[in-house]
Design a protein around this ligand. Structure first.
Ligand SMILES: [Zn+2]
Length: 439
């Protein structure tokens, strides 16, 4: 492929050995820094009897205890507002964010002036170059900003790269679609669910998005960009390339897809990543699914060491067609360890089922998975909608049959498929909740 631009080519093309050497150097430095500045980590490392000097190889890293979200929440419970894990004083915070709290109490994270303006800039510059964005681009953010971290970071970095930002908050979805055209947006950012919603809305409004100036759609918050049928749909609706962006409030953003579109690159200049087998805790083999454990090497506000993200990933260490040696996560984030379910002895990711549904045009893009409790003998149920009221009974019947077959063939389980009225399943503007586990 043609030569691609990189933010730090000297780091992005480092041989693995050099890359790991650099990660270990900054890992030790970060350990030293947190021991000096965070009572939480000082306590933790003392209890584990581990010091920065003990860490000489990647295997040594595994002597360092994990950090879990539960511990961070508990620390905040005991020491409001931010807990005793951050390395800065509350008054040093320039910006604060909190997690959505969908799985419990929200976690609050402070960012210092340096992290907010410099570390984030550095971190997202890899993305901006990775996506092939340029100064002449115009980025539209159909998003209402709040204490949720989404898009703040990349938007700020894009501004520093002099990409034009059009804030699209405080508008209806119709107005957002019109705004994209009015402002000549070349970049649109959102969750896969919401950009698909806007793309379909544009069709209904008679607006020709595929022939508009939009050339890049960045999606985050859900696996979409790495679910083949979802990516295809986004690319068709916008006539643009769809790239993945992954991260979370507490660990910040760690993964970007490059123009080669062959997996999501780990930002290895900023993080030390591990993928661990969820049963044995040992490093997962290349290509096998493991839980992503991340250490933030440069954040100064609330750096996390060996943080269990609960995201399931598949590492690929082969050099990418773009020339980067940063490892790739094949399929991006495959799902949350919490979302993955075992059914009929098979590990199933909701994103796999999504791919089958979105590959059948007779169905609308929304769906719901209902997972019965293990041992009840009940089948998994999938609720789908016809794409429109015009779909005939015969077409719907064939589509249901096709879906059943692809599930049986690919994941070796049978399911009950329920066809519900068009538009009757819940729609989401942010992260979608489509899996219901029966208890
Ligand atoms: Zn690449």
């Amino acid at each position: 492929m043609a030569k691609v631009k990189m933010w730090r080519p000297e780091l992005e093309t480092l041989p693995r050995e050099e890359l790991e050497k650099r990660q270990l150097k900054y890992f030790r430095k970060q350990m030293k820094y947190v021991i000096e500045n965070s009572p939480f980590y000082k306590r933790k490392f003392k209890a584990a009897g581990v010091t920065p000097n003990d860490i000489k190889t990647m295997d040594d890293v595994r002597q360092v205890p994990f950090t879990t979200k539960q511990e961070l929440l508990q620390s905040q419970e005991e020491h409001p507002i931010f807990g005793d894990f951050p390395c800065i004083k509350p008054e040093q915070a320039t910006r604060v964010f909190q997690t959505s709290g969908t799985t419990g109490k929200p976690l609050k994270i402070p960012f210092s002036k340096k992290d907010w303006f410099k570390t984030f800039y550095e971190q997202f510059s890899y993305y901006i170059y990775g996506y092939g964005m340029e100064k002449k681009d115009v980025a539209f953010f159909p998003f209402t900003y709040g204490t949720f971290i989404a898009w703040w970071g990349i938007q700020g970095a894009m501004e520093q790269h002099e990409i034009t930002i059009v804030p699209g908050g405080g508008q209806s979805s119709d107005a957002r679609v019109k705004s994209m055209i009015d402002w000549g947006a070349t970049i649109v950012c959102g969750t896969p669910t919401y950009v698909i919603y806007l793309g379909e809305l544009a069709q209904k409004m008679g607006i020709d998005l595929p022939n508009s100036k939009v050339r890049i759609v960045v999606t985050a918050g859900e696996p979409g960009a790495q679910v083949p049928a979802t990516k295809q749909l986004v690319e068709k609706l916008y006539g643009a390339k769809n790239y993945d962006d992954i991260g979370s409030t507490e660990i910040t953003n760690f993964g970007f897809e490059c123009v080669a579109q062959k997996g999501t690159h780990m930002s290895e200049a900023m993080f030390l990543p591990e993928s661990l087998d969820t049963e044995t805790g040992k490093p997962a083999a290349e290509g096998e699914a493991g839980e992503l454990v991340l250490s933030n090497l440069f954040c100064e506000s609330a750096p996390l060491i060996r943080y269990k993200t609960k995201d399931l990933v598949r590492f690929n260490y082969k050099k990418c067609d773009c020339g980067r040696t940063f490892l790739r996560m094949n399929g991006g984030v495959l799902g949350r360890a919490d979302d993955m379910f075992t059914f009929g002895g098979v590990n199933i990711f909701p994103s796999a089922i999504e791919n089958f549904i979105r590959g059948i045009p007779t169905f609308a893009n929304e769906y719901q998975l209902i997972i019965p409790k293990q041992g009840t003998g009940k089948r998994m149920k999938i609720k789908v909608e016809p794409a429109s009221a015009e779909v005939s009974d015969e077409q719907a019947k064939n589509a249901v049959k096709q879906l059943l077959e692809s599930i049986v063939y690919n994941i070796k389980v049978t399911a009950d498929i329920e066809l519900v009225d068009p538009g009757s399943l819940p729609r989401f503007e942010g992260k979608a909740k489509r899996v219901i586990k029966e208890s």
